[in-house]
Design a protein around this ligand. Sequence first.
Ligand SMILES: NC(=O)c1ccc[n+]([C@@H]2O[C@H](COP(=O)([O-])OP(=O)(O)OC[C@H]3O[C@@H](n4cnc5c(N)ncnc54)[C@H](OP(=O)(O)O)[C@@H]3O)[C@@H](O)[C@H]2O)c1
Length: 281
Amino acid sequence: MKGKVCVVTGANSGVGRAMAAQLAELGAHVVMVCRSEERGREALEAVRKATAGQVELVIGDLSQMSQVREVAREVAGLHPSVHVLLNNAGIYLPKRQLTPEGLEVMFAVNHLAPFVLTQELLGALRKGAPSRVITTSSAGHRLGHLDFTDLQCERSFGGIQQYAATKLANILFTRELARRGKAEGIVAHAFHPGGVASGFAQDEPGLFGTLMWLGRPFLRSAERAARTGTFLASSEEAGNSTGEYWADSRRKKPSREAGDDAVAARLWEVSLELAASRRSG
Ligand SMILES: NC(=O)c1ccc[n+]([C@@H]2O[C@H](COP(=O)([O-])OP(=O)(O)OC[C@H]3O[C@@H](n4cnc5c(N)ncnc54)[C@H](OP(=O)(O)O)[C@@H]3O)[C@@H](O)[C@H]2O)c1
C-alpha cells in the first residue's frame, strides 16, 4: 500500500482505528477522520507510535452534511488523489434524535454521510483510480427495510429497525456506486465486521445495548474485525470485483432487498435530493 492514500472515518476507536493501524502498517498514508479533536489526537499518536506510519488527522462531525463537506474539502486539499475511502463511522441510538439539519441521526451518520463524503471526494477518487470505496455495514442489515415514505422516522421509530435500515442502505449505496463507478475505475464493496468488542452501543439503554454488553465475551477483537476492511482496501482479489458484500474476507449473499437494483437506484436519487436540500438549508 506504499504511496496509497487511505481515508478512514470513525478512526479513533474500534474497527476504524484498527483498520487505520493495519493500513499504516502496510505502508499506506492514512487520513484518520474523527469527530473529537481530543479522541482523534490520542488515536493518531497511538497509531503513529505502533506503526511508525504516515498518519494524519481531520476533524468533523459527520452527522452534519456541512461538516462532511468541510472534511472532504480538507482531505482533497491535502491529497488531490485518494486511493481508498473507508466509510466506517457509525452509531446506534435507541431514541429518535434529530441533527441541526433536521435528519434522524443514524440516517445522517450511517448512510447520508458516506454518500455525501463519497460524492464530494469523487474528483480525488477519480484521480486516484483505480480506487476503492469500502463501507462498513452489518449482518444486521437483514433486519432492515427502507420505507421511502418515512426515512427520517417521523411516523414511527424503532432503534434496531432504523439501525438495520441504515446498514441495509450501506449495501444498496455500494451496489449503485459500483455500477456508476465501473467506467471510472472506482470499485465499491461493503462488509460485516462481525460482532465486535469495540464499545459500540454498549452504553445505550435498551435491548440492543444490553445484548452488546452481555455478549462482550463472545465478540471479536477490533483488530480481527478490521481484517476484512483492510483486505478489501488492499487485496488484488477485492480490486478485481465490485459491488459485493463481504464477511471474514469472503463474499456473502446479502438480503434480498440489499440486492434490489431498483431500490438501490431510488435510494441514490433520494440521497442526492436530501444532500442538496442540506446544502441550501
Ligand atoms: N460493534 C459491532 O459489533 C458491529 C457489528 C456490525 C457492524 N458494525 C459497524 O462497524 C462500524 C464501526 O463500529 P465500531 O464497532 O468500531 O464502534 P465504535 O468503536 O463505537 O466506532 C464508531 C466510530 O464512529 C464514530 N462516529 C459516530 N458518530 C459520529 C459522528 N457524528 N461524526 C463522526 N464520527 C462519528 C465514533 O466516534 P466517537 O468516538 O466520537 O463517538 C467512532 O469513531 C460502524 O459502522 C458499525 O455500524 C459494528
